[in-house]
Design a protein around this ligand. Structure first.
Ligand code: 57M
Length: 359
């Protein structure tokens, strides 16, 4: 919006021409959202404290988590509006993909907000039921997938990194894949959000990856050169991903160990869902398993733990799931677990960038 206004004057002031470029606007959106979160963050934390929106720590958790009792949560209420404003200011608003992703951000944000609000503000012990949460998530993802497939004509082929020739056509089945990716990614990020900075770091890294993927898949020359699917219009998603990176960096400032603020479901559910949606839109679906490898492994650790627990009638593979709790209970300090997971996330990000060449 703002960029269009500024660009309007480029006939008189020629250097304003620079606002035309996605790269420039992505940098602006990143810096803008980071600074905004940093500027208003402290006030939001104080407000959450005065409203007593604090985290309750479960009894059965690792002992070192007891000291986190009452830490302000629902930090997503800070992240989401900032991403929204930055995108509205710096992205091209005639772009349908931008609106679809903003819909996912708001819809999943609303689900997370409702759950957090019931638990942390109304102090209800239950929050939204698991069934209701999951049904809303599937419904929202289905709306997006159907619009994409039937109205936007999104290609139903699946792109497999490393195997240029392998592009199975899923047809209408692509809708189910898209729903699975959006809902799965949302819940995977939510499960990972269990240590200070543990979800924020890999989120920043994954979205930085998708800044690159979105830019390249929306650029006909780059996409042609790298032999990746060209999806006209997805370049603008780089601006949105940049806004998430910036807001994530600002949030991490407060969420770094020892955290002053947790993001809550209102943060983790929408950020994960947006990651899944961007992966679908840019036709970089399979590579999300690598980009979001930390989220995938954390989720698998829970699935294996629960399955093994049921099959064996009470035995465990890990000391506790998700995986980060296992390392904590082994005696690793919390910040060591977090930083090591970040290192792995960075390596996975570099590998996934490598898939652009190895096709
Ligand atoms: C939410 N939420 C954190 C915070 C954050 C099926 C089962 C594995 C589900 C899983 C679960 O509920 N996961 C989803 C994880 C919680 O954080 C809040 O939740 C938001 C995200 N949704 O933003 O508001 C706690 O995480 C810690 N935290 C930090 N720093 C942060 O920046 O330290 C969060 C953010 C916070 C804080 O302690 O209270 C959570 O873990 O609850 N359940 C579990 O993860 C539980 N695991 C379990 O039951 N495992 C069993 C099963 C699988 C058989 C086992 O292995 O035996 C553990 N959760 C907790 N305690 N809190 C168990 C121990």
């Amino acid at each position: 919006m703002l960029y269009k206004l500024i660009y309007f004057f480029q006939t008189e002031i020629s250097w304003l021409n620079v606002f035309r470029y996605i790269t420039f606007r992505t940098i602006l959106a990143t810096l803008f959202s980071m600074l905004l979160v940093l500027i208003i963050g402290e006030r939001v934390i104080q407000r959450l404290r005065s409203m007593q929106v604090g985290q309750h720590i479960r009894e059965e958790g690792p002992p070192n988590h007891k000291g986190k009792e009452g830490t302000p949560t629902m930090g997503g209420c800070l992240i989401l509006p900032v991403v929204l404003i930055a995108t509205l200011l710096w992205a091209e608003l005639w772009n349908v993909y931008v609106w679809l992703v903003l819909f996912v951000l708001c819809a999943f944000g609303f689900i997370g907000f409702a759950d957090d609000y019931l638990k942390k503000v109304q102090k209800s012990s239950r929050g939204l039921s698991g069934k209701a949460k999951f049904s809303f998530q599937v419904l929202c993802a289905l709306i997006v997938a159907v619009i994409l497939y039937f109205y936007q004509g999104l290609d139903g082929h699946l792109n497999v990194p490393f195997f240029k020739g392998v592009r199975p056509d899923l047809g209408v089945g692509y809708i189910f894949l898209a729903v699975f990716m959006i809902v799965g990614s949302s819940n995977a990020v939510n499960l990972t959000d269990g240590l200070d900075g543990l979800a924020a770091g890999p989120i920043i890294i994954a979205f930085t990856n998708y800044v690159v993927f979105a830019y390249l898949s929306g650029n006909t020359i780059a996409a042609g050169y790298l032999q990746i699917p060209y999806v006209p219009g997805t370049g603008e998603l780089a601006v949105l991903c940049g806004a998430v990176v910036g807001a994530g960096l600002g949030f991490l400032w407060f969420n770094a160990y020892p955290a002053d603020l947790f993001m809550g479901d209102v943060g983790s559910l929408p950020l994960g869902a947006v990651l899944g949606t961007v992966a679908v839109l840019t036709k970089q679906e399979v590579v999300l398993v690598l980009v979001g490898g930390i989220f995938v492994v954390e989720t698998l650790s829970v699935i294996c733990q629960v399955a093994y627990f049921k099959i064996t009638g009470g035995k465990r593979i890990f000391r506790m799931a998700p995986l980060h709790h296992h390392f904590e209970l082994k005696g690793w300090p919390e910040s060591k677990v977090t930083v090591r997971f970040w290192i792995i996330a960075i390596i996975l990000a570099l590998l996934s960038i490598g898939t652009l060449k190895l096709r």
